[in-house]
Write a new protein. Structure first.
Lengths: 534, 343
């Protein structure tokens, strides 16, 4: 075999685990040689040594000329819990857009301080939180008398509390005149308004080589490479990220601390835990399921097999659902100009359904690929066909931190086949009427499979990775798959989960009764966990 | 890297912390009773904290504008006030002066004391945080609830797998920190607080009981009479979880000595002269799955193994210690992520 050159490691260091990969140049192109993941407590060096040993075990000559692995380059990204921000302002109406904008950028908005809704003591406590990273003062212009006084009052409180601290930055956003005694001038950043506030805040509270930003940049690069509309979703312990890109660049992005696998608030919030357990197929007592979920927060790397895998995927589904809700709410935000209600459940279509969805993050590291595919289809529901892939080596975050877009595209163009595991394809066809059966024809590799198309179900058609199929759907009434027609056909690619044909509603409706809900979830998931208990 | 390369991809048990640092949040109205560099012992008062604090407001007329954080005297007056200046309703701390000429302050007529859970030196104190650089060593824990506390250690159960029941707690335990085994319930915690126990150390706890304990502590804080600080420190996580063997041995060896229970970060602190034996480098403990709590020795790396649920995990082959002499246990493959190594 040809010997490799220029080996380097990628490291995605999260709150719970480290994802590492070894990449080298072989036969004139970049290839993924090995990848692994380990709990973050293990540390970096043992994981990298394991990768180097795995590559050497596969072929001792492969990297023989590359020297000792300790000297190989490392491309590293980190994901941390969202920075903590308090948003203050003269009124709820002034503060809420800032709170929303910061939440949608991955910040933890720990409090909103306004004279109308805050008790001064609670506000002072929030502003003196030792772990607070930033205070934002919304200072709109043209305020009337009462609001102007309220803004001056809030600014005085913020200034007093910030002045007691050594390093807390304060961002004053908007044209409103704010006198703020207390913090020295170099700690007070001025922004014109909401449009530049988040960007200036990121500069005031730098995050270093941030894995979530890296993931977003890599998805944009992949959209350009594939010349397709690509959507990326990353669920980690402390935040969820969703990004939509087209060949010309970024369309939308969202980083949400509440969309982490198990948000810290869940430890004390039974209702939040129950909303996660809503997706669980375990028949245990409610308190036992809640404690399993709490333990998933305390030690996320443990108990990843058996029932633990199902609990983890239930938590991932719930996180994707929270992300979806925020994504849709953000899409309806009139300031975004994307408020186009769709046909089903008022879902905004946004700039169009993606051609490919790429999943990443520790939440998807354990469960089998086909089960991950269904989790994506269950929660990111858009009518029409889509291809599903998994960043199994967690390489997209680190590669996104490369400063040069050209370098990243060159690397990703070579690596895509190695780093994106094809999970399969899905066609979501909502709206079939009961008793009005349609038909599904799949032509793959010269073979024709014909199946009935029934409402409110998921069918799994075997379509291995590497195969493409022509899929034809026909129904007595109009089908909605992005367009309306009685007969539609697509060409779709295979994957670990094959082809999923989903005729359930958008959004997915689950029964309230736990037993009935578990029956439904089991029925949908069972074909994708086949032999899982063997 | 560990001395045993076989083991370095197995997560270490949260290592014993030497000279741990403990953080205590300073709240508006708190008055520091210590200064940077002061040496303190477990149980020493470090902050004077207002009970039922309120924000009071007075006119600035007749006053210079005091800096935020300036202390109010117990009679509600400010140093330098002239006689015409009105007083606040109790002692406290200036928050800020409003642009309309009002002075706002956190005030309270009653105060309690926040105690140090650990002996050591006050490393830093500012308006938000007090940091203590502790002496001795500490076991980190998964979670802690309540207030920093300390007291002489009493082992209240027979073994690390046992559970503490409410009937096992009585007035003899007042002022003590109890070791409660693998799980403690809300009934036992409530009784412990009522008996004046200063804290409980357990391997696990039901989440609902943590929520109930927090509510109980909040109710107590809202009452007229202050109660002594109480902390629950959980070493392993939620549910029933045995106390790790080395932690159990350290706790059993420290009976009668004053241990500290810190909330941020959650830990159990031991005085400097307590001997905490380090774990053996090739020994591991199973922390999840059907063998939860069992210990053993890694004999080989098993590589990727397919587990229930269709999950592939890197496994280690572990010779599990027999619980009884007659128990025959063959080496089993355990996911490395479900193991903790001692050393």
């Amino acid at each position: 075999m040809t010997s490799g050159s220029h080996p380097f490691f990628t490291l995605d260091i999260g709150s719970a685990s480290i994802g590492a990969a070894l990449v080298a140049r072989l036969d004139g192109r970049w290839r993924l040689l090995a990848s692994s993941a380990a709990p973050v407590a293990v540390g970096i060096e043992p994981v990298l040594r394991h990768l180097a040993e795995a590559a050497a075990a596969a072929d001792g000559t492969l990297l023989a000329g590359a020297g000792d692995w300790r000297g190989w380059a490392r491309v590293e990204s980190r994901t941390r819990p969202g920075a903590r921000v308090v948003v203050a302002g003269p009124s709820g109406g002034a503060v809420e857009p800032f709170e929303r904008a910061f939440r949608m950028d991955g910040w933890q908005a720990t409090a909103c301080v306004t004279p109308e809704r805050s008790v001064a003591l609670d506000a002072a406590r929030a502003l003196r939180d030792p772990d607070l990273d930033l205070v934002v003062v919304a200072a709109p212009g043209g305020l009337g008398g009462n609001d102007r006084d309220a803004l001056r009052d809030v600014a005085a409180l913020v200034g007093a509390m910030a002045g007691l601290r050594e390093s807390l930055p304060v961002l004053v956003s908007g044209p409103g005149v704010v006198a703020m005694p207390g913090p020295p001038g170099e700690r007070v950043v001025r922004s014109h308004g909401l449009a530049d506030a988040v960007a200036l805040a990121r500069e005031a509270v730098p995050r270093g080589a941030d894995g979530r930003e890296g993931f977003i940049r890599s998805i944009v690069s992949i959209a350009a490479i594939l010349d397709l509309h690509v959507e990326g979703v990353d669920i980690g312990l402390d935040a969820g990220t969703r990004v939509q890109a087209e060949p010309d660049g970024l369309l939308r992005r969202l980083v949400l601390a509440d969309a982490g696998l198990i948000p810290p608030a869940a430890l004390e919030d039974d209702r939040l835990l129950d909303s996660i357990a809503h997706w669980s197929t375990l028949a245990d007592e409610a308190y036992a399921v809640r404690d399993r979920l709490r333990n998933l927060r305390v030690a996320p790397w443990r108990d990843a097999a058996g029932d633990g895998a199902r609990v983890r995927l239930a938590a991932a589904r719930a996180a994707l659902e929270r992300l979806e809700v925020a994504w849709d709410a953000d899409g309806r935000n009139p300031s975004r100009g994307l408020d186009r209600s769709g046909e089903y459940g008022g879902q905004p279509e946004g700039p169009g359904a993606p051609d490919v969805v790429v999943a990443s993050g520790g939440a998807f590291a354990g469960p089998p690929g086909p089960a991950v595919a269904l989790a994506l289809v269950d929660t990111m529901r858009r009518p029409g066909p889509v291809a599903l892939a998994l960043d199994h080596a967690r390489i997209l975050g680190p590669l996104g931190t490369l400063g040069d877009e050209h370098d990243r595209r060159r690397l990703l163009a070579d690596l895509l086949d190695d780093v994106l595991v094809p999970l399969g394809s899905a066609v979501v066809v909502p709206g079939l009427k009961a008793g009005r059966m349609g038909s599904l024809r799949v032509i793959a590799d010269g073979a024709l499979t014909t199946l009935p198309l029934a409402p409110d179900g998921v069918q799994v058609v075997d379509l291995p990775p590497g195969l493409s199929a022509t899929v034809e759907l026909e129904a007595p009434d109009d089908l909605f798959v992005g367009i309306r027609a009685r007969r539609v056909a697509f060409t779709l690619s295979g994957g670990l989960g094959g082809l999923l044909v989903d005729t359930r509603d958008i959004p997915l409706r689950l029964p309230d009764r736990p037993e009935r809900r578990r029956e439904y979830l089991d029925a949908w998931q069972l074909p994708l966990w086949t032999n899982a208990n063997a | 890297m560990t001395a045993h390369p076989l083991l370095d991809r197995i997560p270490p048990r949260s290592a014993v912390l030497v000279e741990p640092r403990v953080r205590i949040a300073v709240l508006p109205g708190d008055e520091s009773l210590v200064a940077e560099g002061d040496r303190i012992a477990p149980g020493d008062g470090i902050l004077r904290r207002p009970r039922h604090p309120q924000v009071g407001e007075q006119s600035l007329r007749g006053r210079r504008v005091p800096a935020p954080g300036t202390r109010l005297a117990e009679d509600g007056s400010l140093a330098g006030d002239d006689r015409r200046a009105s007083r606040f309703d109790g002692g406290g701390e200036v928050l800020y002066a409003t642009p309309s000429g009002r002075l706002r302050a956190v005030v309270s007529r009653h105060h309690g004391t926040v105690e140090s859970p650990i002996g050591g030196t006050v490393e830093a104190i500012d308006a938000c945080l007090l940091t203590i650089h502790g002496e001795g060593s500490a076991f980190p824990a998964a979670l802690a609830v309540g207030e920093p506390s300390s007291g002489p250690l009493v082992v209240a159960v027979a073994g690390p797998d046992d559970e503490l029941h409410a009937r096992g707690i009585d007035v003899r335990h007042a002022g003590a920190v109890l070791v409660a085994g693998s799980r403690v319930d809300i009934e036992s915690l409530t009784r412990a607080r009522a008996m004046g126990v200063r804290g409980v150390i357990a391997g696990g706890v039901i989440g609902a009981d943590v929520v109930a304990l927090r509510a109980s502590i909040d109710r107590q804080e809202a009452s007229v009479h202050p109660s002594p600080p109480f902390a629950l420190v959980v070493l392993n996580g939620y549910g029933k979880r045995p106390i790790p063997r080395d932690a159990w041995e350290a706790l059993a060896g420290a009976v009668g000595t004053v241990v500290g229970l810190a909330i941020t970060p959650p830990l159990v602190a031991f005085p400097p002269d307590t001997l905490i034996r380090g774990g053996e480098p090739d020994r591991v403990r199973v922390v999840a799955g059907p063998l939860l709590g069992r210990t053993g020795r890694v004999v080989a790396l098993a590589g990727l193994r397919r587990q229930a649920g269709g999950v592939y995990q890197d496994c280690a082959r572990v010779a599990i210690d027999p619980v009884a002499a007659a128990e025959a246990v063959n080496p089993v493959d355990v996911p490395m992520a479900d193991l903790e190594r001692d050393g």
